[in-house]
Design a protein around this ligand. Structure first.
Ligand code: URA
Length: 435
């Protein structure tokens, strides 16, 4: 096989065969195909697209490019949950303990984030002592005994995706439906769960800004999951403004704890209950998603889910006292308040602008080698639709460096739009696919 022929075929709108896709994926992962040819093929895919069959074959080739996780040693239906990423998205920290408290075994591998904040693993590492690596046997044992374990994805899972994603990141080829769907689903399928709940974000803080594109991505990922024999459900949810109020690693852990105590922001509470309800249903513990949601609500208000989070933290070496005293989480040295310049209603809080400002406080990574600052970030004091008086605090910015604090504050200020009319709220849950 010849890489040049494959590039030309895709450049001219042809369909790649299974053999060609496998040859490219294994050759690139093995270092036998140079970056310049892989980049050319990715750009050809970006413009010419892949059909469903090609997307499935690409997913499958990446899924089996490294180790796959065998969760058969865990009793029950294992359900995974994935978000395509957004600003302030700490739902895993809430819905994983909710589902676990309702009897769904949670054996979760999560990633570190690139961009606005860290990923779930970074967020958990802001809890003093929390370890995000466990040997495979200890991982399975913890899920069987405690019902929940959350660890970082090992280097040996989907190495081809890792290499291809890193190349896409620097060649302008991230935002392609088939490439995103296959990248995410290859990791989910390799991680071994029986069922998958996907939260596909749409809006300025997401990969897919338009609802139609997000729905297409959701549909494509559901098809891949189902074709691989896994029950897969996707929800399309709003990411035009940040989710909840906190953006940043320890700040988001604090908000997740408050949410599990029943006093979190309403959007994060509603969405986490909805996602947990789907997980509980797919995990066979409820007869419908609605019944699953009711069970999740009970686990929230009777404290069982908070207790699960405490168990998770304690089992992985963290200090469970953070759930009683969130001041034990890392705190930034400096903070700055941003106040309203006029009276009116908050009509928009641009998620992308807040996300980038949060990244510039130090809370996120620009490249995968960067360290994240676990205590930096932003906490919104107002959300879209709220009334504000001139001088009211709109948000607080946290950093450990005065220069970063000033730059991020100037940047974040531009995210808020204040108008005279109360705006219509964007719908949080836009669509459910695969139920
Ligand atoms: N997340 C991934 O893992 N891959 C993508 O391509 C986009 C988001």
């Amino acid at each position: 096989m010849n890489m040049n022929d494959i590039i030309v075929k895709k450049r001219d709108g042809g369909k790649l065969s299974e053999a060609e896709i496998k040859w490219f994926v294994s050759g690139y992962a093995a270092g036998e195909i140079p970056d310049y040819q892989a980049s050319a093929l990715l750009m050809a895919i970006y413009f010419q697209k892949m059909d469903k069959a090609e997307t499935f074959m690409l997913t499958d080739a990446m899924r089996y490019s490294g180790d796959t996780v065998d969760l058969s040693g865990i009793e029950g239906i294992k359900v995974d949950k994935h978000s395509t990423g957004g600003v302030g998205d700490k739902t895993t920290l809430v819905c994983a303990p909710l589902a676990a408290a309702c009897g769904v075994p949670i054996a979760k591998m999560s990633g570190r984030g690139l961009g606005f904040t860290g990923g779930t693993v970074d967020k958990l590492e802001s809890i003093p002592g929390f370890r995000t690596t466990l040997e495979p046997a200890a991982f399975l044992q913890q899920v069987n005994e405690a019902g929940i374990a959350v660890i970082g994805q090992t280097a040996h899972i989907t190495p081809a995706d890792k290499k291809i994603y890193a190349l896409r990141d620097v060649t302008g080829t991230v935002e392609n439906l088939s490439l995103i769907a296959s990248s995410i689903m290859s990791k989910k399928l390799a991680a071994g769960s029986d069922a998958i709940v996907l939260d596909v974000k749409c809006g300025s803080g997401a990969f897919m800004e338009q609802q139609k594109e997000a729905e297409e991505l959701a549909a494509r990922m559901c098809e891949i999951g189902q074709a691989a024999g896994k029950k897969t459900v996707a929800v399309v949810t709003d990411m035009s403004q940040p989710l909840g109020c906190a953006v940043g690693n320890s700040l988001e852990v604090k908000e997740a704890i408050e949410t599990l105590k029943g006093c979190g922001p309403s959007d994060i509470t509603t969405l986490s209950l909805k996602l947990a309800g789907l997980m509980i249903y797919l995990g066979g513990k409820a007869k419908s998603a609605a019944e699953g949601e009711q069970m999740a609500e009970q686990a929230l208000y009777n404290g069982a889910a908070l207790e699960k989070l405490r168990t998770l933290i304690a089992r992985q070496g963290g200090d469970p006292a953070v759930t009683e005293d969130t001041a034990l989480l890392p705190q930034a040295a400096f903070s700055q308040e941003i106040t309203a310049l006029e009276t009116g209603f908050v009509t928009a809080i641009d998620a992308r602008t807040i996300g980038l400002a949060s990244q510039h406080t130090g809370a996120g990574r620009a490249s995968k080698e960067d360290e994240v600052d676990l205590s930096a970030g932003i906490v919104l004091q107002r959300k879209v639709g709220d009334k504000v008086e001139k001088g009211d605090v709109l948000m607080r910015i946290y950093a450990n460096d005065q220069t970063k604090l000033s730059a991020a504050s100037r940047e974040a200020e531009a995210a808020f739009v204040i108008g005279t009319q109360k705006p219509q709220q964007n719908v949080l849950m836009k669509e459910i696919l695969g139920l």
